[in-house]
Design a protein. Sequence first.
Length: 174
Amino acid sequence: MRTLIVYTTRHGTTESIAHYLADWLTGDVDLLNLNDRSTHCVLAPYETVIIGSSIHIGRIPARLSAFITRHLDDLLRKRVGLYLCCMNASSARTQFEEVFPLELRRHAIACATVGGEFLIERMTIADRLIVRTVSGVKESISRIDYDTVNCFARSISNRDEDAAEASTGDSPLP
């Protein structure tokens, strides 16, 4: 089975999760960082497409949004997994629902909000100021939920037939 992990990353967290998943999953796994490439690619060789993003000020990067819009019909014919890196656990589910189209969320075989990181040393001065003002964080911090990441990976790979959709909260993400 061939899998494509498509992602955008601003400070590296979404990319590190993409690499973690690539190492964990079986079969041929390719990575596509949309920061390095155009939003156009050929999805035909892949049975599974995983889409990962971080969220900033309530939005996913424009390149990822354009990729989803451009390839939505193809994605709806594939096995799809969606994950979102988000530091604010209390709003992660709502933000997930707002940034990924309903049709794609309903079609996905696995959805997850996996936590996030503030990697201060990788941020611009403006980003540091925003993070400090909004969250009070002055030093790098990681809140990646690897139990959720592993559950998400199991759901994608079908390693555990009893694995439910990976999600945080009381019920699966739609």
